[in-house]
Design a binder for this molecule. Structure first.
Ligand SMILES: NC(=O)c1ccc[n+]([C@@H]2O[C@H](COP(=O)([O-])OP(=O)(O)OC[C@H]3O[C@@H](n4cnc5c(N)ncnc54)[C@H](OP(=O)(O)O)[C@@H]3O)[C@@H](O)[C@H]2O)c1
Length: 256
């Protein structure tokens, strides 16, 4: 029976590539999405054309983690799609700058949203799926950020805080869930620029400056991330570790 991976925010960009790479490695995949239904559908169609009945989609805003019954329903629905879940990939994220000097209400909104996707949902999803993953000697993989550790990204204080909390979660859960579930993280550097129509979009001079700061001389790719996710899933003696996939960029950061 094929193992099953659930990828949050799996309809596009890095999440979609993780789904493709895991599928290619023999996993059945559950593509979670919130707004990107068309892309989730298309990706599932492509994967099912390669191997019938090997990809399904599931819709949810991650704010379901604040509702015990909705979270339970989500878990049960996801497990029922293929009868099991072996790997949970926390990929979904919100990412945008927040001005520390903004008003109280704006800071509150950014805190709720950035912590929800980047820290709170990974905790409560891991909690919900913990029993199922333990039964299957499964794995959790978290998408973090090189700015989560010691080198905050200037202009993104709440995002930095949330990813740091997520890093703490990876290390804590590696202890709490051993020996039956391994928990590891992957930290992208710059592996795909934010889409130009997003509020996180970067102008071309910022993109050039970022690219110049990377020792390997180019931004990475979603494929680089996805291959590392697959490596960690298949590494039976690695838990609580985080691999930076950043072309060496974290070595050049001074914080910002
Ligand atoms: N891009 C990079 O180079 C880079 C650098 C450092 C770290 N990372 C990390 O790597 C991961 C993937 O990066 P990415 O740039 O591919 O991510 P992304 O496109 O910014 O976001 C991935 C998905 O998260 C989902 N999402 C956002 N808010 C949600 C919510 N409230 N409920 C449910 N889903 C929600 C969205 O799904 P829908 O579209 O379906 O709404 C979105 O497609 C993220 O964790 C990111 O922080 C990426």
């Amino acid at each position: 029976m094929n193992k099953v991976a659930l990828i949050t925010g799996g309809a596009k960009r890095i999440g979609a590539k993780i789904g493709e790479v895991l599928h290619h490695a023999g996993f059945n995949v559950i593509i979670h999405y919130a707004k990107s239904e068309r892309l989730a559908d298309e990706l599932a169609g492509t994967l099912n054309a390669i191997r019938p009945n090997s990809a399904r989609i599931i819709k949810a805003d991650l704010n379901i983690v604040d509702d015990k019954l909705a979270l339970e329903r989500f878990k049960n629905t996801a497990i029922a799609l293929f009868g099991r879940v072996d790997v949970l990939v926390h990929n979904a994220s919100s990412f945008y700058p927040s001005d520390f000097h903004d008003d109280w209400q704006t800071l509150q909104q950014h805190w709720q949203d950035l912590f929800l996707t980047n820290a709170k949902a990974p905790l409560f999803l891991s909690h919900a799926f913990g029993g199922e993953l333990a039964n299957n000697h499964g794995a959790i993989i978290s998408l973090l950020d090189i700015h989560a550790r010691d080198k905050p990204f200037v202009g993104y204080p709440i995002y930095n805080m949330a990813k740091s909390a997520h890093l703490g979660l990876v290390q804590s859960l590696a202890l709490e869930l051993a020996p039956r579930i391994r928990v590891n993280g992957v930290s992208p550097g710059v592996n795909i620029f934010p889409d130009d129509d997003q509020n996180s979009a970067l102008n071309s001079s910022t993109k050039d400056a970022l690219t110049c700061s990377i020792p390997l001389g180019k931004i990475g790719t979603p494929q680089d991330i996805a291959q590392t996710v697959l490596f960690l899933i298949n590494a039976p003696y690695i838990t609580g570790q985080v691999i930076a996939v950043d072309g060496g960029r974290s070595l050049t950061l001074k914080g910002g």
